[in-house]
Design a binder for this molecule. Sequence first.
Ligand SMILES: C[S@@+](CC[C@H](N)C(=O)[O-])C[C@H]1O[C@@H](n2cnc3c(N)ncnc32)[C@H](O)[C@@H]1O
Length: 340
Amino acid sequence: MIELTKEYVEANPYIPENIKKTLYGEYPLGWQMNDAERSTLINLVSSLKPSCAIEVGTAFGGSLYAISQYSEKVYSLDFDSSQFDTNDKKFSNVEFITGDSNNTLPLLLERLQAEGISPEFILIDADHSYDGVKRDIENLLKIQPLKPLYVLMHDGFMPDCRKGIKDADWASNPFVHFVEVDFVPGTLTSRPDIYGFMIGGFALALLLPEKREGDLEIRTDYKLTFQTLYANSEHRPDGIHSNEFWEGKAWLEEQWKNWMLIAEDRGKQLEENATLINNLERDASFYQKRVQESQRQLQEQGAWAREMENTLTALKSSPLYRLQTGLGHFLKSSLKRLKR
Ligand SMILES: C[S@@+](CC[C@H](N)C(=O)[O-])C[C@H]1O[C@@H](n2cnc3c(N)ncnc32)[C@H](O)[C@@H]1O
């Protein structure tokens, strides 16, 4: 099986440039969406080219990077926008707004309305609880759009989030013309940490400047898919699953155990290496001290030798020394003469 790694995709001449860009190329930051969702989002914003876009839920800036590429101005809302370099010039058209979206979104929408600005694209991808997503949508529904407004909502296949999207009071806004909860269907994940949970999917709503006529239908085109997956998911309240579910889970648990053993092994190796490095560092510092001590002793001995040399020179030039030396020569030559 070929794995669509970044290296494989970038090096493959048969993969069209726009697919390369969509999957990996221009969007290097952590993006919490799958390839289908990325493609949909990029396709939508690149054709809309919004003059004003809003993202609720920035995280690491993955989807924001794509939105900011095609929008004139973006407002990105999160509790925290310190998880990446917001000063990077690729975000020069982005205003980061921190705080709970329950407070920040209504304030932003009021501000934009006062300035006569009507957003054309909104991504809701923050609090995925029933109350959280419903609240973000209902805060948004207070606006009257001056331009067509596309609202994408991520994770329509998360059961609580789905219910929040479906139960939001869409009908209260007469400018809502279309709501499709399963615009992009989600999935049942086999990711080890959330095995058997339902995630992903995009719901889409369209608001237009003119009022709708007739009733609003909240569409769920992939309801059967959702229900079938739900019946096999960890969300199922009675915990009864198909054989495939349990087999997959058992296989994954086995893999997980193996990964943990490998990780433990690596951990031990790392600890051993760290001890080795500590010992080497300790030895190095011991020998360094000894070298310093020897250098100090050598310096002391050098100073002492120079002192001796000076004393000797001074002694040699003293009258007493010269007298003694003269006497010595005289005695030596007298003795020689006597011997003869
Ligand atoms: C799933 S992540 C967003 C992923 C991002 N859109 C992407 O695909 O790259 C959800 C983010 O929403 C933020 N969030 C959750 N609840 C929030 C709230 N009530 N107000 C503001 N931000 C919130 C979280 O801090 C997190 O960073």
